[in-house]
Ligand binder design. Structure first.
Ligand code: SAM
Length: 285
């Protein structure tokens, strides 16, 4: 919500973050959600959906690099990748740094894609024009239920579990994701800031535990996802990708010549180390 010169995020009843609005570039309701793009001197351009910060030009790399490179490097040979959500294009941009054959992105709201391409072009950085990219406008839950395709990595880059993103946190959706993954396939789902959204992290992990041989959470730190570590749910049909030795992770990163600002081999390995309050809440290992 914009009040005067400030955008006030209303995600939690007892805690609010505010960002100074230097200039509003867009504010309207799409068919699915209320969208605002504004400028802030510290974070650059900021995208908000239904009153919640989704991404900013200056800190997006902390999220997009981690949601993509951890599963892609751990898998080691992913050729077909599915992104659910991700309308700003940052996840697609990072996936396309890998030698994939095809990256399919299923996004509900074409307005988010159009606006981000226009007002925040560094997020997708040409990714939508890459011949390996396929963009489908549909509800992710319908796509996962009905597709005959199979994927090596599925990345759920969704909004919070309120509004249109709610279905992307259900057991039925994760079960469909598990079904459309290949043998060593990995499912990653953003599962909120652990301190603030404990129930989201716990339920994501519980659901993945029931569906995968290997399930855990891993962490990243995103300045505008305030109040501590953000968790990403990990589910894999094999225990082997997560157990890839650190030297092999480093070797793969070197071979890919990945240009990153957050992700590196040490961060990859340490991201699975969970502080006690997160590990005990989720029973994650
Ligand atoms: N990084 C962000 C975060 O964690 O806050 C998420 C970014 S991305 C903009 C989220 C996208 O998910 C939005 O573009 C939204 O339109 C899309 N989305 C929400 N519900 C969806 C659904 N059911 N199917 C496909 N995409 C959906």
């Amino acid at each position: 919500m914009i009040a005067g010169d400030w955008f006030e995020e209303t995600l939690y009843p007892q805690f609010r973050q505010s960002l100074k609005v230097d200039r509003v570039l867009y504010e309207d309701r799409s068919e699915f959600q209320h969208i605002v793009v504004f400028e802030n001197a510290l974070f650059g351009r900021v995208l908000t959906l239904d009153g919640v910060v989704q991404t900013t030009e200056k800190d997006e790399f902390c999220y997009h690099e981690m949601i993509v490179h951890v599963p892609m490097v751990a898998h080691g040979a992913a050729k077909r990748v599915l992104i659910i959500g991700g309308g700003d294009g940052g996840t697609l941009r990072e996936v396309l740094k890998h030698p994939v054959e095809k990256a399919t992105m299923v996004e509900l709201d074409d307005t988010v894609v159009t606006l981000c391409r226009e007002h925040m072009p560094s997020l997708s950085d040409g990714a939508f024009d890459d011949p390996r990219a396929e963009l489908i406008f549909a509800d992710g839950i319908d796509y996962a239920r009905s597709t005959a395709e199979r994927f090596d990595v599925v990345i759920v880059d969704s909004t919070d579990p309120i509004g249109p993103g709610e279905v992307l946190f259900t057991e039925a959706f994760y079960a469909d994701c598990a079904r459309i993954l290949t043998e060593r396939g990995i499912l990653i789902a953003q599962s909120g800031v652990a301190f603030m959204q404990k129930a989201e992290a716990v339920s994501t992990h519980d659901r993945m535990k029931g569906l995968f041989a290997d399930a855990t959470l891993y962490l990243t730190q995103v300045p505008t996802y305030a109040a501590g570590y953000m968790t990403l749910g990990w589910g894999c049909h094999s225990a082997e990708p997560r157990a890839t030795p650190p030297e092999e992770i480093a070797r793969r990163i070197d071979a890919l010549k990945l240009a990153t600002r957050y992700y590196n081999a040490a961060v990859h390995c340490s991201a699975f180390a969970l502080p006690g309050y997160i590990a005990s809440a989720c029973g994650a290992r």
